[in-house]
Design a protein around this ligand. Structure first.
Ligand code: AMP
Length: 484
């Protein structure tokens, strides 16, 4: 159990496990390949790909050799701009093995947004899908190519060419790596440390340009381990991952959470589709399902919902936004995910800092985001004075520990605003900690509505609206009013 410090102050420390891993992502993958070579690692249903850990390790190694063949050095930035697919995972782990910093580019980005991320982080090599739904990535890259001075090469997942000199299609990329001996990858791997930055994820924040949260092996691997332990994952688990891989929820909690436990990553579709998700759970006999609340709502409300046998589900994670109580109850009863957890976190904290435990009562799981994660500290502070507030009073949630990002890429000012000199990440979220250390998120400090001097937390009102059976989604916003 986490400790509140016995006083009436909103501070809580998770259990110190003494088990924080010093492994790199590559070493962790090598371990699971040794332990579980024949366990299924990855099922990408829309691509018809199904790989054991031994086979998955082989694919990752081919990509790693290709990255070396293209001259990728430790610390170089390699971007990936693609919806969910097997290649995303190969590139993620290959970058981890050769020490390239993977830059996740949101598949929904327009050309200028992609260009901002690529330029701000200095991506040398961009690996991209040819297109996704209505957007053509190759056209978009061509549109802004002259404005991408550091980008040297594009690799297209597939066989459509960009027309630019030096660019490769996927098969050419893999062929380029063939002359590189696997020992070269191992030698590179041996030169890496777990405190090296390995990932940049752009996060919008509330204002201005997106900022590149920079995370280390140590950050994301340990967070994935914590989640996997909380959910009691083993090689018998099969995790349905309909959340996007470009986000920590997909590539961290999803992919890495499976790799640390030998569980299976199951991708239902390139991006979230409720029907494909239900089909994946039923046909793959998934034991765990991830999503933000609206994804669960879309499945529960799908006209064909009743048709699917979801009894294989045991657990899962709902996170990313306040989870409506009614939705949570139905995920437990109608989707059979009786041990489903609520997680709270943010990209900057790798991402999960609070989580409910399977042993928590349904009441706790539907009304809070759980208690602080192991090896993490949390406090709630007054947004004006910075003082820790008394238990039961709202304030800004701050978290500290191994999970706090290295900083925003090349943005010391924004970093200093987010992470104070004592290492506390100021989340911008408003929460209330109770006497047993359970946290309730009540809003964002920036979107709190002040009505005639009274603080209104949109979430509290949204939760009430959600209780009505005809309400699927609710969002409270403030509008200017002359009198109030
Ligand atoms: P991101 O960096 O994209 O993961 O977004 C992080 C933000 O999502 C947090 O700062 C919260 O505002 C919100 N969030 C994440 N999980 C939860 C949750 N369980 N309940 C309420 N809000 C959440």
């Amino acid at each position: 159990m986490p400790k509140t410090n016995g006083s009436s102050i909103s501070y809580s420390a998770g259990e110190t496990t003494g088990r924080l891993s010093e492994q790199t992502i590559g070493a962790c993958l090598a371990g699971v390949i040794r332990r579980e070579p024949d366990a299924e690692a990855l099922v990408s249903r829309h691509q018809g790909i199904r790989l054991t850990y031994a086979q998955f390790g082989g694919e990752v190694e081919r990509v790693a050799r290709s990255l070396l063949a293209l001259g990728i050095e430790k610390g170089d930035r390699v971007g990936i701009w693609a919806p969910n697919c097997a290649e995303w995972a190969y590139v993620q782990f290959a970058a981890g093995r050769v020490g390239a910093i993977l830059v996740n580019v949101n598949p929904a980005y327009r050309a200028n947004e992609m260009a901002y991320a690529v330029n701000q982080s200095g991506v040398r090599l961009l690996i991209t899908a040819p297109s996704f739904t209505a957007s053509d990535y190759i056209d978009r890259i061509a549109e802004v190519r002259v404005d991408l001075p550091e980008l040297q090469r594009v690799v297209v997942i597939g066989d459509r060419r960009t027309g630019f000199q030096g660019d490769l299609i996927w098969d050419e990329f893999l062929s380029a790596g063939e002359p590189v001996p696997p020992e070269d990858v191992q030698a590179r791997e041996a030169s890496l440390g777990c405190q090296d930055a390995i990932n940049i994820q752009y996060t919008s924040g509330t204002t201005g340009n997106p900022k590149g949260a920079t995370l280390t092996h140590h950050n994301i691997l340990n967070n994935a381990k914590m989640v996997a332990e909380t959910l009691r994952y083993s090689a018998a688990d099969r995790v349905c991952i309909p959340v996007p891989l470009y986000h920590c929820f997909g590539m961290g909690v999803g992919n890495l959470g499976c790799v640390v436990s030998g569980a299976t990553m199951v991708y239902p579709a390139p991006s979230f589709e409720p029907l494909a998700t239900l089909e994946a759970i039923a046909e793959e006999r998934c034991t765990s399902i991830y999503g933000v609340p609206t994804m669960f709502i879309a499945q529960l409300e799908h006209p064909e919902f009743a048709k699917f046998d979801l009894t294989s589900l045991r657990t899962g994670i709902m996170a990313g936004a306040p989870c409506p109580i009614e939705t949570m109850k139905r995920v437990i009863s109608d989707m059979h995910a009786r041990e489903v957890c609520i997680a709270y976190g943010m990209t900057e904290t790798s991402p999960v800092s609070f989580i409910t435990r399977p042993s928590d009562s349904v009441e706790r799981r539907v009304s809070t985001v759980g208690t602080v994660a192991t090896d993490v500290e949390a406090k709630v502070v007054d947004t004006q004075t910075g003082e820790t507030v008394p238990i039961g009073r709202p304030g800004e949630v701050c978290t500290r520990g191994y999970l706090v990002m290295r900083g925003y890429w090349k943005d010391p000012e924004a970093t200093a605003e987010a992470v104070d000199t004592e290492g506390w990440m100021h989340t911008g979220d408003l929460g209330v900690l109770d006497e047993e250390g359970y946290l309730n998120i009540v809003g964002r400090s920036k979107d709190m509505v002040i009505r005639g001097g009274e603080n209104i937390y949109p979430v509290e009102i949204e939760q009430v609206l959600f209780q009505h059976p005809a309400v699927a989604s609710a969002q409270l916003i403030g509008v200017p009013d002359e009198r109030m």
